[in-house]
Design a protein around this ligand. Sequence first.
Ligand code: UFG
Length: 341
Amino acid sequence: MRVLVTGGAGYIGTHTVVELLGQGHEVAIIDNFDNGSPVALDRVRELTNGPMEVHEADVRDTGRITRIAQDFRPDAVIHFAGLKAVGESTQKPVEYYDVNVAGSLSLLRAMEASDCGRIIFSSTATVYGEPEYLPYDEAHPIRPISPYAHSKVMVEQVLNDWAAASDGRAALNLRYFNPVGAHPSGRIGEDPNGVPNNLMPFLAQVATGARDRLRVFGEDYDTRDGTGIRDYIHVVDLARAHVAALDRAAATSGAEVYNIGTGQGYSVREMHAAFSRVVGRDLPIEIVARRAGDVAEMSADCSLARERMGWQARLGLDDMVESVWNWQSANPHGYRGSDAE
Ligand code: UFG
């Protein structure tokens, strides 16, 4: 298929493009390089030799992306481009709604102008909010708390209505749990700007010495060891979920939603222990207060994705932590200061 990928230079985008090209798809990428790197795409080219065109453009620039879509004529779009920091979204709500919601509307206009009727959308497990029961299934009530989560719920709603408005359209909303890990080559991985918000990139920087210790946000949760539990999913498994979703979108119509996780939760202490094992020393930690907005535990029921898309996660905790360390130790400064930069 011809697949237009927005945000294709980012963490999940690059891993997905590698899988798409590996499966024989043709790819056109749109990215404004706000949180993605051209070096990452050079590395993608080095890992695969499939057809890939790259356009530096903002998804909100409807005229520009319409021309790109009309030239490329995609069979489907995978829409990653967006802002994703929960905390930052409470400081900059207008920016979050603009990029995430207005950006998606702009993309749909470009799709309509190029007769593309299939979209796979990056949604998030954060749409569920405080759990009423676990694991979350797709029927769990939606209770977004942050502007970030609200923006994703809004786009899911827009896509539901868009898919219903015309025969033959398909919109798949993929609700990601906690993506971690890196490509086994160690050439692409997560490269956050500034101080990492998320556990794994933070731990990786403690391991390289860039940060002195991990601050564990609370050990008084009602969990097996008092620290927060999350459903971490290897980014390569997540990338493959998008390839499976493309086939599903070609075989169905209307809007669908899928949880994308493993079904297995790990605590902060368990992640710290696993990472320390891989690095070969006990990484320093400090227990601090809870972080506002965190829930005690999240985990996914992913049976729907298995049944309908034939996809399930295959990579486990060791693959996750080993691949992060493989990437981070080979690229201690991420893409900065490497290759062309
Ligand atoms: N944590 C720490 N110290 C840190 C960072 C995180 O103790 O420095 C803890 C958190 O309190 C939480 C766990 O590690 O218990 C995971 O935190 P992350 O920040 O890595 O991930 P979140 O679950 O908070 O959120 C992530 C993404 C969201 C996405 C969500 C979906 O950041 O965008 O997963 O579940 F919506």
